[in-house]
Ligand binder design. Structure first.
Ligand code: SAM
Length: 271
């Protein structure tokens, strides 16, 4: 199967770097090990370079594309009965209602527009109960942040949330030569299975807010970073006086479990 010639003029504003290497498209599709009962959503199918390798197995493949030109092109080239091409912004679709409609958890795949990587991931985490796993091609630097370990420069907000909600794995890198137009950076394919059970029982809103705030002040110790949380003065005072050595650490030194313990400690102070 040859990769389709790029006929849709790529728009940078839509993050359009089309995959032109058929082996890579095949390897991404293979990594999903698709089954006949699978409900799959592809984010940004573009001209269908990857889509064409995803159609044979699943029960349903829903390709969500924002660009009308690509949708038209796809509809004229892909006619498999199990494929639905939706002209919409992925960020606006309800994953929960699709999951409910098919009574199944959704599998997500895509060579995604790089500028939307964080928004896409946060949408997926937000609707995690509807999702089984995600396989995404993204900028290598972002993939390294998703899989990053404590005490490395990559470890940050994306690492904590990705590893809290799922089990991310970097599958392989993809050279800029595999895309048209050629991006400036190397890409990576990551696969993340959502956890059935989260690694800790925690107030999610508070957990998110603490992680985002302290990593926003990455160079500060936890004690100083936490001063930026909108807590009452008494709560901030108690935190300032706490002599636990965790408070003199910087956020990148904390494991996911440390963040869970910290959130639960602060939650108790807020009661
Ligand atoms: N999957 C194709 C491929 O590998 O050749 C295209 C990949 S290209 C990096 C990203 C695709 O996402 C483009 O087709 C672009 O139009 C589409 N896209 C951009 N923003 C989108 C959004 N918010 N919702 C759905 N698709 C979007």
């Amino acid at each position: 199967m040859a990769t389709p010639r790029v006929t849709v003029r790529p728009k940078q504003s839509l993050g359009q770097n089309f995959l032109i290497d058929d082996n890579i498209a095949r390897n991404i599709a293979k990594s999903l090990k698709l089954q006949s009962e699978d409900i799959v959503i592809e984010i940004g199918p573009g001209q269908g370079a990857l889509t064409r390798h995803l159609t044979s197995s699943p029960k349903r493949l829903i390709a969500v594309e924002i660009d009308a030109r690509a949708v038209e092109q796809l509809r004229s080239t892909i006619s498999a009965k199990n494929v639905e091409i939706i002209h919409q912004d992925f960020l606006d679709i309800s994953l929960k209602s699709i999951s409910k409609k098919y009574d199944a958890k959704i599998r997500i795949v895509g060579n995604i527009p790089y500028h939307l990587t964080s928004s896409i991931l946060f949408k997926i985490f937000d609707e995690r109960e509807a999702i089984s796993d995600i396989t995404l091609t993204m900028q290598r630097e972002v993939a390294q942040r998703i899989t990053g370990s404590p005490r490395t420069k990559e470890y940050g907000i994306l690492s904590v949330f990705s590893q809290f909600y799922g089990t991310p794995k970097l599958l392989f890198n993809v050279s800029p030569n595999c895309f048209y137009p050629k991006p400036k950076v190397t890409s990576s394919v990551i696969q993340l299975f959502m956890r059935d059970e989260l690694p800790g029982d925690v107030n999610l809103k508070l957990f998110h807010s603490i992680v985002k705030t302290v990593f926003g002040k990455r160079r500060k110790t936890l004690r100083n970073g936490l001063l930026y949380m909108p807590f009452e003065k008494e709560v901030l005072d108690i935190i300032q006086k706490n002599t636990d050595p965790v408070f003199i650490k910087r956020p990148e030194e904390l494991s996911i479990n440390d963040f869970i313990l910290l959130t639960n400690y602060i939650q108790r102070l807020l009661r």
